[in-house]
Design a protein. Structure first.
Length: 159
């Protein structure tokens, strides 16, 4: 498996760690230490271009890619997959007027909350197909408003 990834470093700007490299075991280790993730490479991507390059690299070699910003979402089903660490993709912009957040793949939920709170806003992290934004809603949605009535980012319900 190491032969499949030995030239990965030439495709990305971010740090690539292979078995035997200093820091490899720490980089592949998930937050849940009871889970053993066996991977041939860990890539700490520098930007979106790195993500695309890793996906192309893996596709050509018929390998899987698994993204984990900081070790959450650990699984034992990674044998042979390239582990993508996105913690360096930490851009975060709050637009209070539009009640929207643009959140990088490495931003923690706590960082999002801390940035939104001064504006009286909160966000519920989750997937939003087709967009690179977190789904943001009030802490206690209005039970009379349907899902379509909720904007992506709203002021806290201050009851």
């Amino acid at each position: 498996m190491i032969n499949k990834v030995k030239d990965l470093r030439t495709f990305v700007r971010g740090r690539v760690l292979l078995p035997g490299d200093d820091g490899f075991d720490q980089a592949r280790r998930p937050w849940d230490l009871a889970v053993e993730q066996t991977v041939p490479a860990v890539v700490e991507v520098a930007d979106a271009a790195d993500v695309a390059a890793v996906v192309r690299f893996a596709r050509v070699r018929e390998m899987a890619v698994s993204a984990q910003p900081n070790g959450h979402g650990a699984t034992t089903n990674l044998d042979g997959a390239i582990l993508l660490r996105t913690r360096r993709l930490d851009s975060l912009r709050i637009d209070p007027a539009a009640r929207r957040a643009s959140v990088g793949a490495g931003v923690s939920s706590g960082s999002l909350q801390a940035a939104a709170a001064p504006h009286g806003l909160t966000g519920l992290p989750g997937k939003l197909p087709g967009r690179q934004r977190h789904r943001c809603r009030p802490r206690r949605p209005d039970p009379l408003a349907g899902p379509a009535a909720l904007p992506r980012l709203r002021p806290h319900d201050r009851r």
